[in-house]
Write a protein that binds this ligand. Structure first.
Ligand code: GDP
Length: 309
């Protein structure tokens, strides 16, 4: 991408989109389009069409999505599958019809089967059943991948699909009902410290493993792939190592400086036991992450404390 290319980042207010915009600006990309939800509703096909017809972006990074943690996924499954299917269908199809040179579609590690062998290689997609707690989200994302690949095959488009592992960082959702585990635990330990609470409740058994990537590293990888990857095959983005939820809780407890107890609420679901991505394909292309987990959690905690959201 040239530094003056017209680039549209869909979902620029979210965790991923905001990190991509920060990264593009830092690297000197000056011709960025971002539209807030009020100005452009991506679930509205006519509005999306008008936008592409008027603005004619050359490149699209599709980071707009309806996302949520394990509880949100089971509480709002209809919203999640509908909004994601609408957003991605509208944007991908308009990108093709208005001649976008390249599009990057953000998937997720939860597209892979619940009991996929670990670490998860890209070609394990659709090899067995999905994890039920996020199946509607995963099915929507898989549809997005298949759509990009089909447009590449039938129309010669250059739409790439990246599968990030669990992400965290500034602008994450810290709401305890809808967030993912890492921001939820930052809030829980922070509030417990302020209130002098004797214990913090962590959902599930604490035994599932999760891999975490700082969103600034993800943004760096996305830009790297926009400039260096033109294959229809999906590609994983992660750090290549994981830890248990119990271990994560201890790391966050230490970063926050909380001295009480951790208890596990086993009535809450564990979700998929493990989803460590095989990142050898990406690493072999020459990209590796830079932000270690403890440093990343520390800076995210600082961001959370400053922004008090
Ligand atoms: P997942 O990666 O799609 O399963 O989504 P989450 O990030 O929401 O959950 C990951 C794991 O963390 C699950 O085993 C949850 O039960 C566990 N967990 C522990 N405490 C919390 C919490 O306070 N919030 C969330 N969302 N998950 C938690």
């Amino acid at each position: 991408m040239n530094k003056d290319a017209k680039i549209y980042v869909a979902g620029h207010r979210g965790l991923v989109g905001s990190a991509i915009v920060r990264k593009l600006k830092t690297e000197g990309y000056s011709n960025l389009f971002t539209y807030t939800h009020n100005k452009l509703d991506l679930t509205d096909q006519q509005a999306v069409d008008r936008f592409f017809e008027t603005e004619r972006p050359e490149y699209v990074l599709l980071a707009a999505a309806k996302v949520g943690g394990i509880l949100a996924n089971s509480t709002y499954p209809a919203d999640i599958i509908r909004d994601n299917l609408l957003i991605q269908t509208n944007v991908i199809d308009a990108a093709y019809r208005y001649g976008v040179k390249k599009l990057l579609f953000l998937g997720s590690s939860c597209i892979y089967p619940k009991f996929a062998p670990q670490p998860i290689k890209e070609d394990y997609l659709l090899s067995s059943e999905l994890e039920p707690t996020n199946e509607p989200y995963a099915v929507a994302k898989i549809a997005g991948i298949k759509m990009c690949q089909s447009y590449n095959r039938q129309y010669g488009a250059n739409f790439i699909c990246v599968m990030p592992t669990n992400l965290y960082g500034p602008n994450d959702n810290f709401d305890l009902q809808t967030s993912h585990v890492l921001p939820a635990l930052i809030r829980k330990f922070h509030e417990a410290k302020l209130e002098g609470a004797t214990q913090v409740v962590v959902w599930g058994t604490g035994k599932p493993h999760r891999e975490f990537l700082h969103v600034d590293d993800l943004a760096d990888a996305c830009l790297f792939l926009m400039n260096n990857y033109d294959s229809p095959d999906i590609i994983n983005i992660g750090v290549g190592e994981d830890l248990t939820i119990a271990e994560l809780a201890h790391v966050i407890k230490d970063v926050v400086g909380y001295s009480g107890k951790i208890v596990f609420d086993t009535a809450k679901p564990d979700g998929t036991p493990r989803k460590l991505l095989d990142v050898s394909k990406l690493f072999n292309l020459g990209w590796t992450p830079r932000i270690g987990l403890v440093d990343g959690i520390r800076s995210t905690y600082e961001w959370f404390s400053k922004n008090k959201i």
